[in-house]
Design a protein around this ligand. Structure first.
Ligand SMILES: NC(=O)c1ccc[n+]([C@@H]2O[C@H](COP(=O)([O-])OP(=O)(O)OC[C@H]3O[C@@H](n4cnc5c(N)ncnc54)[C@H](OP(=O)(O)O)[C@@H]3O)[C@@H](O)[C@H]2O)c1
Length: 274
């Protein structure tokens, strides 16, 4: 049987869902790889991997929760080896900027023997509308331990466009694209844009890391997720990523999405309406 299916890991998540929609519209056969999919795929249970990889020729690898989390490097190495042994010819890795652990995972994929593309991304816009910042925004107060550090937030639609291009067009093989938005913003400025676009009153408050961790513990987040968030806010958001890149332009031949355009689009779709 010819292997023709494209496996989208995290295919119900922020980037994966958009990639699945685009490939389905193009009539490319896709399989979602996630715990709720059938067959189920679980990073924590390697016994689920072979069925997800059956008759697959290309994989979009979005690891959960983060390539910097303990165990991620081992999982990426084992998954990549199994994928190549199973006949996968193309791997597209969603990676993070400024995380040494993520860069180790990139090297594993690059030396796997498969055709590869790496999408090394800054913080997603959609963290404000589809992830952990949504609830505080709806509550009217976002309290974070972020200093005045600036971040070039990138749009999940731009990442999905780049992933679909890499999965379907040979010209992206062997390319590492560092994907950022077009502008550097502080978290306070990003919240300001969302307040304007949504018409909501949202206060941004800078708090200490200890107070933030206490709030996350009170919200009963799992300890390993709290450790990861702490790592991201201390180690990664230290200014090392405070520059924009031309990755979206190189991958797609167009400019990246402006944060204000994202905010207006998300507001119009009702993301902050409830
Ligand atoms: N968010 C950012 O700003 C950002 C920036 C740069 C890089 N990244 C990278 O992007 C990747 C994904 O992060 P994200 O925040 O965008 O998450 P996401 O894709 O929105 O995460 C949710 C997806 O992961 C699946 N999932 C959750 N636990 C799983 C498990 N144990 N096994 C298999 N699938 C599982 C979920 O489906 P089920 O619930 O059905 O399993 C869902 O499809 C991470 O590696 C992260 O480092 C994120």
């Amino acid at each position: 049987m010819t292997a023709q299916t494209t496996l989208i890991l995290g295919g119900t998540g922020k980037t994966g869902r958009r990639i699945v929609e685009q490939l389905t519209a193009r009539k490319v056969p896709v399989r979602i790889g996630s715990r709720s999919a059938a067959p189920s795929f679980d990073w924590e249970n390697r016994g689920t991997w072979p069925a997800a990889l059956a008759n697959v020729n290309a994989v979009y690898i979005s690891y959960y929760p983060d390539l910097a989390a303990p165990g991620a490097t081992d999982a990426i190495r084992a998954f990549t080896e199994l994928a190549v042994r199973s006949g996968v010819r193309r791997l597209v890795l969603l990676s993070g900027r400024g995380e040494p652990e993520a860069q180790r995972c990139e090297e594993i994929v690059m030396s796997s023997g498969a055709q590869w593309t790496v999408l090394r991304c800054s913080w997603f816009n959609q963290n404000f509308s589809e992830n952990y910042l949504l609830e505080p925004i709806l509550a009217g107060e976002v309290a974070l331990p972020a200093s005045n550090v600036v971040e070039p937030f990138v749009d999940a639609d731009d990442i999905a466009d780049a992933a679909v291009a890499a999965l379907t067009d040979d010209k992206h093989v062997g390319q590492l694209y560092e994907l950022t938005g077009p502008k550097l913003l502080t978290f306070a400025e990003a919240i300001g844009e969302i307040a304007r676009a949504s018409g909501r009153e949202i206060r941004y408050v800078r708090i200490s890391m200890d107070d933030y961790v206490a709030a996350l513990e009170q919200a009963q987040l799992p300890a390993d997720l709290i450790a990861l968030i702490k790592y991201l806010f201390t180690e990664v958001l230290d200014g090392r990523n405070a520059y924009v890149t031309d990755g979206v332009e190189r991958a797609l031949g167009r400019a990246p999405t402006e944060f204000g355009d994202y905010a207006r689009r998300a507001a119009a779709s009702g993301a902050w309406s409830s």
